[in-house]
Design a protein around this ligand. Sequence first.
Ligand code: SAH
Ligand code: SF4
Ligand code: F3S
Length: 486
Amino acid sequence: MSDSITIQPNPPATKHLYIDTVGCQMNVLDSEMVVASLRKYGYALTGSPEQADVMLFNTCSVREHAEEKTYHNLFHLKQLKLANPGKVLGVMGCMAQKDQKAIFERTPFVDLVVGPGQLHRIPELIERAQAGEKHQLAVSLSRRDGNVDDIKRSHETFDPLRDPEMRPTPFQAYLRIQIGCDKFCTYCIVPMTRGPEQGRAPEQIVAEAQELARQGCKEIVLLGQTVNSYRYVQGEKTTRMADLLHMLHEIDGIERLKFVTNYPKDMTKELLETVRDLPKCSPYLHVPAQSGSDNILKKMKRGYTTADYYEMMDRINAIIPEASVSSDFIVGFCGETEEEFQMTMDMVRRCRFKNSFVFQYSVRPGTKGAEIYEDDIPEDVKHRRNLDLLAVQNKISLEDNMKFLGQKVEILVEGPSKWSVRKGQTGDLRQMTGRTKCDRIVVWDGNVRQAGQLLPVQITDVYAFTLFGMVETTESTPNLLQIANA
Ligand code: SAH
Ligand code: SF4
Ligand code: F3S
């Protein structure tokens, strides 16, 4: 891969692409890459499978529910595909890597199955399918299929191709710094679908960030499964996450840097001090704890104890007192007792996360957990624990958001809010949304021309997950009332 990025103009669009994306930020980024590559072949995006020449599903395998939804969506398109054999139907992403040929067996009307490490081959595979070649399969090597360098290479993706139009806002972009994962938590399929952990070369990352800045991007979110474990070794030199932040901080035009997802064991003092000292770094840290019970953490093979996690929280709070920390939890993991679940509740109370994503354990064939433990917690118990944990978290989120009432915060304006889109608001005056530096969502009555600006907003009301505000009026950002009266 070269370090410099040359952008060629796209040919005029003559064909249509429909793409459905589920899963994590990695998939959102992968879809952006695939769209960018297909634009080079004359494809434009459409929201309608009926209009599309190519229909792609970017899939997730992290929980069974996500996979079943994908199969449901595929069956939904079966008649359309069979009535129009020239349309190409493809499954890409983690489910493609995990299930491979089995997808053709269950849904024989699918033309392509392409794993996340092979997405650069999509244009070629589409052409083959259009030429009548059935069942095109492109997947990376499995963990046991050869030497480690070949396996790693087969999972590499083609990051430097970017498509700003695919991003929800042109001012924010994801940038992958790490591929794969070697942690092998016993519940998790990701090390199998995304392959071995490998850091991308810092020069490539910086070149991509410079290109994003040139495109007008102000906020970059660095992505990795355990992003703070990032390491890149070149001869004698090792580049770590903190070094990378220093390098990216120099880029003009980039105003904010965030990174997800963090691994508790690698949240070093050096990294936290870097976040504190570099003004562009957001004091927002997503550090999934997964459970508040030592026994469960051990069975999950997470590699830390609750004492380690609490110590990390103390370190974060001591070095970055204004930090906001969020977490993921799995409830109903194999053998989780009520007492162990209560320890998770206590952890949420004690750590006071900004927010927590709570998941009910879903057994994943192919993981160690599926092999050695029984998925023995009834679904209704998992569901109740999920609701209980969210209730505690929501109360804390609301209480902590109250502290923002009357405060002025700086937000990066993303665009019209979801509410505005749902209500079909048109024209310049809309409900707008943006995020604070600590990743809190703010909405206010504003103007679409504010998109991409960093604005001071006065907070007037708060919910658990949203702050409501008023933008201080300046000449460039008139408020609704002024415009209405003009
Ligand atoms: N790399 C990230 C998480 C990737 S998956 C990390 O280590 O934190 C995102 C989240 O999905 C995980 O944090 C976990 O909470 C959840 N998850 C993963 N496997 C799961 C499973 N089998 N069942 C339920 N939730 C799961
Ligand atoms: Fe999965 Fe654990 Fe790796 Fe995260 S760290 S991707 S949970 S194996
Ligand atoms: Fe899902 Fe793959 Fe992401 S399994 S969570 S899309 S890495």
